[in-house]
Design a protein around this ligand. Structure first.
Ligand code: PEP
Ligand code: MG
Length: 599
């Protein structure tokens, strides 16, 4: 499908999910299954059937080669993806399995291919190595490609269409267009070097969007019907900063956006130069800036961007997209690697215990499987109910404390009893580990509570009396306070972080923390929203944790603030009559003070 004439130059408006600009060819991720015919082949037709399969494989390889050739100038990532598929396509393991099914089972090639792919995938599942698990997706792609050629639909869909549209160079870079992406899909795509991501579904704080930001892939989400407007091979512009997608831009528009992309990349490089400047306001109050990390590989980026530690490590990504749950040892390796890396830079690491549930579900978490499958039982509630999940994780975290400054925080706490149960378990496990000979672990790891549910802000004094620190998760706090699901694009406008009700909840939390003399950080997306930074500082927040790439800009803002002024802005927002009025006050104040940073 290519863009109908009336869509050429059309601008689609979505939700800006990850900043940056890209110009490239669309690849529609169409996961709709093909109909696979099943029939038996007569013995005297088996040779012809086998030749039909060989031809489909050759055709598939030629199609991939064609794309690879034309993509030579494009990013290495896109080529790596093609390389992996090409290798798998000619792998004797697959070819022989299909040949055997046809020759011995007398089934048609399409059916044989389906059986072979299924067999190999289940064999991959039994091997405990990430490499093989990841190959399952590649196998789907390869199987799909050969199947399309067997069915005479080889020219429709998928990457090779890109090649037919372009003369090479930057135009051949891939922009993925999908209805929706899981956080794991997003990570895999980013890993493979896609240039940008656009989706029908999702919101700014949906986990796929967070992942795109963490991996620095420009993304626009919540476009509602982009998959119906854009087809594989269309040239598109993605402006992840403004939330715009332009379909089949004119050569002039495409050139303009390529220049904007260059400028954006230059600005990003310039901002990195402030990494060693202190993060203090003009009146010398320190605003601590920490990094949020979803994948271990991002730890270095926190330090590189001038972060003073990790304020949030979302450990659930270690569990998502895996065939088997990572055991204590595997988790210990992952946590201690990060802790060591941060310790080398004299920085602390805050590990968050599992926050599964909601839109973060284990790959094969059966929906009807008792406790594990109850979708409402999220985060700390799930962990306290399932010691098989919680105990190995806590043991691994405690063991990692031997390698640096570790703090642990609990997501979605709503009652002091949850903190107490977790604390008791941690104390028991600390004693157990010491008895086992792990005498080098920290005597007492600070244990914090995430304030993500309005009720916890309202009982903040009680929580503060026993918590070592608070961490405000504004993504959840906002969705629950305003009754507006964070992954529903229809209610994006309702999830206004400046809503006076939300600000009141943050103030309650900060004040309770001050009374109990415990630190408080904000680690939701609001912490990196530039016009919200003065408001948070005005409410008394002195520590912000965010995607590492946002740190340099937020530091720029912090260095231009004065506490008095921030307090005035926060007061005005708190007493605004509506969310929009509060937002306007904050944005206008920000524009005046930072005309160069305001967009
Ligand atoms: C939050 O809710 O603000 C938060 C930081 O946690 P997550 O986005 O992982 O739910
Ligand atoms: Mg949360």
């Amino acid at each position: 499908m290519s863009a109908p004439a009336q869509t050429a130059g059309q601008v689609l408006l979505g939700i800006p999910a990850a900043a940056g600009i890209a110009v490239g060819r669309a690849m529609l991720l169409d996961r709709r299954a093909l109909h696979v015919p099943h029939y038996h082949v007569e013995v005297d037709e088996l040779t012809a059937e086998l030749s039909r399969f060989e031809e489909a494989v050759q055709e598939s390889v030629a199609q991939l080669d064609g794309v690879a050739e034309r993509m030579e100038e494009a990013t290495g990532g896109a080529l790596q993806l093609l390389e992996a598929h090409r290798l798998l396509m000619t792998d004797p393991m697959l070819i022989e399995a299909v040949r055997t099914e046809v020759s011995s089972g007398h089934v048609n090639s399409e059916w044989a291919l389906q059986l072979a792919v299924r067999q190999i995938k289940s064999a991959f599942d039994r091997i405990e190595e990430d490499y093989f698990r990841e190959r399952r997706d590649d196998l789907d792609f390869v199987g799909d490609r050969i199947l399309r050629n067997l069915l005479g639909q080889g020219e429709h869909g998928d990457a090779e269409r890109l090649a037919g549209r372009s003369g090479g160079g930057a135009d051949t870079d891939v922009i993925v267009v999908a209805h929706d992406l899981s956080p794991v899909d997003t990570a895999r795509l980013a890993d493979r070097g896609v240039l940008a991501i656009v989706t029908d579904a999702g919101g700014r704080t949906s986990h796929a969007a967070i992942m795109a930001r963490a991996l620095e892939v420009p993304a626009v989400v919540g476009l509602e019907a982009v998959t119906e407007v854009i087809g594989t091979g269309d040239l598109i512009v993605v402006d992840g900063t403004e939330g715009e997608v332009i379909v089949e831009p004119s050569p002039r528009q495409a050139e303009l956006y390529r220049r904007r992309r260059e400028r954006w990349l230059r600005q990003e490089a310039d901002l990195l130069k402030n990494r060693d400047l202190p993060s203090t306001t003009m009146d010398d109050v320190a605003i601590k800036l920490l990094g949020n990390v979803d994948l271990g590989e991002e730890a270095r980026a926190v330090i590189e961007h001038g972060g003073q530690g990790i304020g949030l490590y979302r450990t659930e990504y270690l569990f998502l997209g895996q065939g088997e749950l990572p055991d204590e040892e595997r988790q210990y390796e992952a946590y201690s690697a990060i802790v060591k890396e941060l310790h080398a830079a004299s920085c602390p690491t805050t590990l968050r215990t599992l926050d599964l549930g909601g839109d973060k579900l284990l790959d094969r978490m059966p929906e009807d499987d008792g406790v594990m499958g109850v979708r409402g039982l999220r985060a700390i509630r799930l962990c306290l109910e399932v010691p098989e999940l919680f105990v190995p994780q806590l043991r691994a975290m405690l063991r990692a404390s031997a390698h640096g400054d570790v703090r642990i925080k609990l997501p979605m706490v709503t009652d002091l009893s949850e903190l107490r149960r977790a604390r008791r378990l941690i104390e028991e496990l600390t004693a157990e580990l010491r008895a086992e000979g792990h005498t080098d672990i920290a005597a007492r790891v600070p244990l914090g509570v995430m304030i993500e549910v309005p009720a916890s802000a309202l009982i903040a004094d009680a929580l503060a009396s026993e918590a070592d620190f608070f961490s405000v998760g504004t993504n959840d706090l906002i969705q629950f306070a305003l009754a507006a699901d964070r992954s529903n694009e229809q209610v994006t406008d309702l999830r206004n972080p400046f809503h006076p009700g939300v600000l009141q909840l943050i103030r309650l939390t900060v004040d309770a923390a001050a009374r109990a003399h415990i630190p408080v950080q904000v680690c939701g997306e609001m912490a990196s929203k530039l016009s919200a930074v003065p408001v948070l500082v005005g409410l008394g927040v002195r520590c912000l944790s965010m995607t590492s790439t946002a740190i340099p800009r937020v530091k720029d803002v912090s260095r231009g603030l004065s506490i008095d002024w921030c307090e005035q802005v926060a007061e005005a927002c708190l007493s605004a009559p509506t969310a929009t009025a509060s937002q306007e006050i904050a944005q206008e104040a920000f524009r005046r003070r930072f005309p160069d940073l305001a967009r």
